[in-house]
Design a binder for this molecule. Structure first.
Ligand code: AR6
Length: 189
């Protein structure tokens, strides 16, 4: 299950994978961007995707989505010069202590992204850990929400075939691998 390449499990016929890497370099049908409500670009994942993809991505999102994207929603564009075919731009919540709708909004960002992936006929998608950078969502809570939402979606729909979480460093990878192991053992136990 665990190897130098990461951790890979089968969920209802689909593959769910955790790796350490750069989201912008993934050769999947879709890479998911951790965007903001204005789709204005920024640092972190958003910076890496727009740097790698070039200006075509922002030109397209400005034209198609002039009002941006609400928190918990997702929109799609081409991927410019990236190795992926599309970018799905989603907006996770800013962490405000957990008393608001953060968990619901984070789950919605993953779910709506997956819906957009399958509506566009795509079978593979790479996600970063949404909201855990500039938006300060605690990693362990974010990992559990991300994985349980994706696992539930795969069980419900049987799609997409392949979901990869691309974690930026060892500690992010470790939070996700602990959460995945816990969720899998909850299922068995
Ligand atoms: N590949 C994979 N993961 C990355 C990469 C990368 N190239 N770069 C950073 N991470 P963030 P957010 C990790 O801040 O919290 C932007 O300015 C990072 O370590 O990208 O949802 C947008 O424009 C962290 O764990 O996204 C928004 O304004 C995780 O990806 C705002 O930040 C997410 O960090 C969105 O904030």
């Amino acid at each position: 299950m665990q190897s130098a390449e990461g951790m890979k499990v089968r969920i209802a016929g689909s593959t769910l994978e955790l790796v350490i890497g750069d989201i912008a370099l993934q050769k999947m049908d879709v890479v998911v961007n951790a965007a903001n409500n204005q789709l204005a670009g920024g640092g972190g994942v958003d910076g890496a995707i727009h740097r790698g993809g070039g200006p075509a991505i922002m030109e397209e999102t400005r034209q198609k989505y002039p009002r941006g994207c609400p928190t918990g929603e997702a929109v799609i564009s081409g991927a410019g010069q990236l190795a992926a075919r599309y970018v799905v731009h989603t907006v996770g919540p800013v962490w405000g202590g957990g008393q608001g709708r953060e968990e619901e909004q984070l789950a919605s960002a993953y779910r709506r992204s997956l819906e957009v992936v399958i509506e566009n006929g795509c079978s593979s998608a790479a996600f970063p850990s949404l909201s855990t950078g500039a938006y300060r969502y605690p990693f362990d809570l974010a990992a559990r929400c991300a994985l349980s939402t994706v696992m539930a979606f795969l069980k419900e729909t049987g799609k997409p075939e392949w979901v990869r979480f691309v974690l930026f460093d060892e500690s992010a990878y470790s939070a996700f691998s602990v959460a995945l192991t816990d969720l899998l053992s909850d299922e068995i136990g």
